[in-house]
Design a protein around this ligand. Structure first.
Ligand SMILES: CC(C)(COP(=O)(O)OP(=O)(O)OC[C@H]1O[C@@H](n2cnc3c(N)ncnc32)[C@H](O)[C@@H]1OP(=O)(O)O)[C@@H](O)C(=O)NCCC(=O)NCCS
Length: 216
């Protein structure tokens, strides 16, 4: 569990962390990933599904910096583990499939976070990558950041996303017709915590390019 004061350093915590799962590998979002990410976000479908505004490349770099530095945010880029294993040491851009984020929504309670996921590459959807990425991020949030409650906001009609969070035990708590959005919650009780850790017991945590750490 975090104590006040630890929180400010929290979100740089993953700056040197690689999480290796079966289908996905999670790596910190660095400036190297920005061009591909920016390319994805030109898609109007993704802008709509993720409720995002289009950004210039420069703004996307500023956003990457903010995701890396801000105390209330934590983000990982999702890599396709199959491609990553097939091309050891080569540029990660070719293996990037999406991202997964945590955002601390309550300044008075650092145990509550909103979780978001995007599998941007259409050919990579529907293969369980989103599910594993969310499970890995939740386990990271619970065990490393001291989170006890997750919230997800999903567009009404986004069946894949709703299905994903519901099968991970999230329950619907609100529907906004104005924003056409559904809010789901999950409180991590002890049995939920055990379940989450069981689902992710295969995940290996490794240092991320220890020798090539980003200067900023
Ligand atoms: C939503 C999203 C994250 C799901 O990730 P994914 O890797 O495609 O999903 P998974 O393969 O892990 O499947 C999750 C569940 O959704 C179901 N699902 C997947 N695609 C579906 C579709 N097109 N329609 C209905 N259900 C679908 C799967 O069947 C699975 O449930 P199951 O295990 O009971 O079969 C991904 O499709 C995506 O990023 N889409 C675009 C952006 C977006 O919508 N982001 C979420 C914003 S809230």
């Amino acid at each position: 569990m975090l104590v006040q004061g630890q929180e400010a350093a929290t979100m740089r915590l993953n700056a040197n962390t690689l999480l290796q799962g079966k289908k996905v590998v999670l790596v910190p979002y660095t400036s190297e990933h920005v061009p591909r990410y920016h390319e994805w976000m030109q898609s109007e479908e993704l802008q709509r599904l993720t409720a995002s505004e289009p950004l210039s490349l420069e703004q996307e770099h500023a956003m990457q910096h903010s995701w890396r530095e801000d105390a209330d945010k934590c983000t990982f880029i999702v890599l396709d583990a199959q491609q990553w294993r097939a091309q050891p040491g080569s540029a990660e851009e070719g293996c990037m499939v999406g991202d997964v984020n945590l955002f601390l929504t309550d300044p008075g309670d650092p145990t509550v976070a909103e979780i978001e996921v995007m599998i941007a590459e259409p050919s990579c959807r529907g293969r369980g990558l989103g599910t594993e990425a969310v499970l890995m991020m939740m386990a990271y949030g619970v065990s490393k950041l001291g989170l006890t409650r997750f919230e997800a906001k999903i567009g009404q009609g986004n069946e894949a996303s709703l299905r994903l969070f519901q099968k991970l035990h999230f329950a619907q708590v609100a529907v906004s017709d104005i924003f056409q959005e559904v809010t789901l919650h999950l409180t991590v009780s002890e049995p939920e915590r055990q379940w989450l850790l069981e689902q992710t017991c295969h995940v290996a945590e490794k240092p991320y390019r220890a020798s090539a750490a980003e200067p900023h």
